[in-house]
Design a protein around this ligand. Structure first.
Ligand code: ZN
Length: 136
C-alpha cells in the first residue's frame, strides 16, 4: 500500500488562529466587526467595511448554499483526492467561504444546493471544515 501524501497545511497567523482552533473544536467561526457588525472571511486584522480593528468570532450554524463551485482535475496536488470539488459556500449568516464539497458526486453538485458543514481531521492536528449536501 502506498502512503498518501500529507495534505498541505494552511498558513496560520495571529489573525486566522481562532478559525483553525474553532475547526478543531467542531465550530465554524466567522469574524464579526464590533463596530459595524459586518461579517468577514477570510479572517483579517481590519474591517473592510469601516476599518475597525475590533472584532469578535461568532459561531456559524454551518448551514449554507453553494454559491459557485469548480471541479479541480489538473494539475493534481499531493494530499488531495480527485476529482476535487471546491465550492464557494454562502453561509446563512451572509458571508462566503471557499471549501471542499464532499459526500456527493461532483456531477451532481448544483448552484444553490443546500449544504452543511462537516469537520474532517487529517493527519496530525489538521481539521478542515468541509460541506456536504443537506435537506433544504
Ligand atoms: Zn466594521
Amino acid at each position: 500500500m502506498t502512503q498518501q501524501a500529507a495534505r498541505p497545511h494552511p498558513a496560520v497567523s495571529a489573525d486566522t488562529a481562532f478559525f483553525w482552533e474553532g475547526a478543531r473544536n467542531g465550530q465554524l467561526l466567522v469574524q464579526q466587526c464590533n463596530q459595524c457588525s459586518k461579517l468577514r472571511h477570510p479572517p483579517g486584522p481590519g474591517c473592510p467595511g469601516c476599518g475597525s480593528l475590533e472584532w469578535k468570532a461568532i459561531e456559524s450554524t454551518g448551514r449554507g448554499t453553494v454559491y459557485s463551485f469548480a471541479i479541480h482535475h489538473y494539475p493534481p496536488v499531493p494530499g488531495f483526492e480527485y476529482p476535487n470539488a471546491i465550492g464557494l459556500i454562502e453561509l446563512e449568516e451572509g458571508t462566503r467561504l471557499i471549501s471542499n464539497i464532499v459526500g456527493i458526486e461532483p456531477d451532481a453538485i448544483e448552484i444553490g444546493m443546500p449544504v452543511k458543514v462537516t469537520f474532517e481531521t487529517f493527519e496530525r492536528d489538521l481539521t478542515l471544515p468541509q460541506f456536504r449536501p443537506r435537506a433544504s
